[in-house]
Every structure is written in structure tokens, then in C-alpha cells.
Design a protein around this ligand. Sequence first.
Ligand SMILES: *Cc1c(COP(=O)(O)O)cnc(C)c1O
Length: 386
Amino acid sequence: MNDLINVMQPCLGERELAAVREVFESNWIGRGKRTAEFEARFAEHIGVGREHVVSVNSCTEATFIAMDLLGVGPGDEVVLPSISFVGAANAIASRGARPVFCDVDAHTLNPRVSDIEAALTPRTKAVIVLHYGGHPGDVVAIAALCRDRGVKLIEDAAIAVDSQVDGQACGTFGDIAMWSFDHGKIVVTVDGGMLYVRDPELAARAPKVAYLGMEQRSGFDQAMRASTRWWDFDVTSFSRRSTTNDVLSAIGIVQLERLPEFIARRAEVAASYDEGFAGLAGLRRPPVLPAGHRTSHYMYWVQLDPELRDVVARDLYARGVYTTFRYPPLHEVPSYGWTTPLPNTEAAAAGTLLLPMHQGLSDDDVRRVVDSVRECVTARTLGQAA
Ligand SMILES: *Cc1c(COP(=O)(O)O)cnc(C)c1O
């Protein structure tokens, strides 16, 4: 078998190593100036004020913090597409609230405004949407709907690090958003996330919630003069420690600088796939982006006859091309206790396959994927017809 071509893969190199070495040598490895710089650069990247972002140890943790900040609790409902990251539903359920799963468009795998609207009830406190594959989806219209209904919008922008609508960054359309820098994402810090909070008061609370809810009772200057000590504190929430550190942030600074180059390569790969699969019977390419939308090219997904999807995936694996499907529908996970069918979600989940998509793919890899997919799909489609 040839070397396996991965679906996703990080791109870390000498520059990241040099940045880590510098942090080691500085002897300040905890949360310090690199973390502050990474936050400032990320805020600039998404076009918001620096005081609205706080870095955390994962995107999942940011979702849990969002639930804390919004005070989601028992009796509340939070709407999200069934095709969502499992951590989003866990964040809701962990607060004693109810995840309400909505359907998606079967081709984009993003929810339409009508899907969200149909799931709203007087108990809906918030809506969480992601940007499937990096495509922004109907986020503008969904944000308008949420504003109208007085419901908070949370954007799980984990995979939308460079996605935009008309020049505005995904993640900045709603009230709260989060990004992921885990090992499988585009900007990688090994593990890490970023939290954006629009409301200034909530944004000021976010860093405290991310660090044990701690509030110093006085600074050094005050403590030197007064009777308090600088190690005295109170807590404003019973929170976890969700912060990151300067080793990981130093990696993030370099990765963010390399992002344009990463995205450019991903766009080339996507264009080669589009061309390579043109006219291939039995395979549907991903949807064309609407005008004004920009994608991060996080995923390249194709759709096949559900009867053939799994066998084609196995055939491809045997030829050294790894494929997968994200995100398996949460309404089918027994613990969430959901019983209503979601037809488009089920159809999409049965027929969609993610092909290798990362900036480390060589032209040879891309050719191998195209040839393998063409041959496997054609062989199975003809086999089915015979
Ligand atoms: C990866 C991912 C997450 C979780 O990110 P972590 O940083 O690993 O916690 C959340 N949402 C989506 C859509 C993801 O792909």
C-alpha cells in the first residue's frame, strides 16, 4: 500500500520551533506577553477590539464558558444543527439545559434560516451554529433572526478561521464565538482556542471566568500602601482554569502569520478537485460559494449514493486515501434523548464523504486522490448498474 494520505494534517516547522525555543529561553512559559500578543493579533485578524477576545485551552472549553456567560440553565433550550461538534451539545446539556437539534440543507450541511426558526420556542435562550466545511452559510440571516427574537447567537467558528461574508469575519455576526487551534485545524497551537464576546460587560467578565473566577483584591501598588496583600482574592464565579500559555501562543503567532499561505494552498487543492471531479457520474461536488462569501477551505466534501458511500470509503482506504465524515448527527446519539427524525440531516450524513484537505498535500497527492476517487466511484457505480 502507498503511504496513507491524511484527511487533515498540521503544518508545523522550523519557525514554530524557533518561537518555542525563545519562550523556553525567556523562562516565562506560562500565560504572559506571547499570549497577550496572540490575542491582539487574532482580534486584528477578525477585525474586533482586543478587549473582546480571550485565549483559552480549547474551543470546547470556550463553548462551556459561553454557556456560563449567558447563564444557560435548567428549563432553557439551545438550538443547534444535529450536524454539530459533540462538545457544543455537551456544553448545553452539562448546564441542565436542553439541546434542540435542527435540520440542515442536505448539500451545504449548514442550517437554513427556516431550519433555525422552526426550532425556536419561548424557552430558546441561544442558538449555536457552525460554518460547515468553512463555508459561512446563512449566518447573516440567522443573526438577524436571532436579534429579532431576542435570542443569543453563538458561532462555533472552530473551522472558519478565515471565512468571511462581504469582508466581515465569521464569528463576528453573533454575540459570542469560538475558534479551535487543535491538531486537526488550520491554525494549530497543538491545543487551544479563542473566545470572542461582543457585549463589553460580558467581554470584561470572560477573562475572569476563564481563570477560576478570580479577582485580585488589590494590585501591588495599593497593597504596598494599604492593609491588603497582593495575594488576597475573591471569586466572581465558581469557574475552571481554562487559560493557555506562552509556549502554545508563540506557536499560534507564527501559524497566524502563515495562514494566508495555508489558505492559498487549500484553495488550489479545492480547485484541482473541482476540476478533477467535473462530469464524474455518481459524485456531487460541494456547493458553489454564494457571491461575497469566503471559505477557509477546511473541508472538501463530496456526496455519493448512500448505498455506495461506505464501500467507496473502504476502497479508497485500501488505496492509501483516507476519508471520513464529520460531524455524525447528534440527534442519533442516545444520551441526548432525541426522538424526532431530521430527514435532510440523515440523508447528508449517509452520503457525504470528506476527502483529504490540508496545506501539506503535494500535487502528486492531489492527483492520486483525484484518480483514486474517479476509479473507485466509477467501478462501484457501474457495478451497481450491472
Ligand atoms: C474541532 C472542533 C471543535 C472543538 O475544538 P477543540 O479545540 O478541539 O475543543 C468545535 N467545533 C468544531 C466545529 C470543530 O471542528
